[in-house]
Design a protein around this ligand. Structure first.
Ligand code: IMP
Length: 187
């Protein structure tokens, strides 16, 4: 057997932007607001994979209503940390969305290209209503206007990681949201 490698601290070289406590408090507020707004409705939370998985898991537990959960996989082609607006659905929902109150749960609205494409797609499925809940919004990079009904935090034009958001598919498991300040550190 190979000798054990020294453990890697994935938090090294990352500065915290929103702590676990700040995220927990904001998600709780959003959950309470959604609970009030959707009482008596037919709510389905639509998680946009992969970035929204942690947010959705916590948000669902902060909503005190009967609800469904659906998952949609999307990939946007572009260079490295930029989206191109060419979006491909890599995994579709498992139940029809017709007559349901769809709440799209996103990790971040950056240019808005992914979400504007997704909204068009979802409208063709004839849901009763469609709203957007996004953990983060980076208005500085807006290309398409997106109305965000439930927003966690607004951020500056920085590339953020953690709490579901990745950096080359890693760092999603950080419990906080941060910025990579030292890209040379092993992850
Ligand atoms: P948009 O189409 O430009 O709005 O970008 C949508 C997707 O790009 C998001 O759902 C994220 O997956 C990814 N993205 C945009 N900004 C960031 C970031 O700062 N960190 C990690 N992923 C990001």
């Amino acid at each position: 057997m190979e000798p054990a490698k020294p453990p890697v601290d994935i938090r090294e070289g990352i500065s915290v932007i929103f702590t676990e406590e700040q995220i927990r408090a904001r998600v709780q507020e959003l959950g309470e607001q959604i609970t009030r707004d959707y009482a008596g409705g037919n709510l389905v939370l639509l998680c946009i994979l992969k970035g929204s998985c942690l947010f959705m898991a916590d948000l669902a537990r902060a909503i005190a209503l009967p609800l469904r959960m659906e998952f949609m996989g999307v990939s946007s082609y572009g260079e490295d940390t930029k989206t191109s607006g060419v979006v491909q659905i890599t995994q579709d929902v498992s139940t029809p969305l017709a007559d349901l109150d769809v709440l799209i749960v996103e990790d971040i609205v950056d240019t808005g290209l992914t979400l504007s494409y997704l909204q068009e797609q979802i409208h063709t499925r004839r849901p009763a209503s469609v709203r957007v809940c996004s953990l983060l919004h980076k208005p500085a990079r807006k290309v398409r206007e997106i109305h965000i009904d439930y927003l966690g935090f607004t951020i500056e034009d920085r590339f953020v990681v953690g709490y579901g958001l990745d950096w080359s598919q890693k760092l999603r498991n950080l419990p906080f949201i941060g910025e990579v300040t030292d890209p040379s550190k092993p992850r």
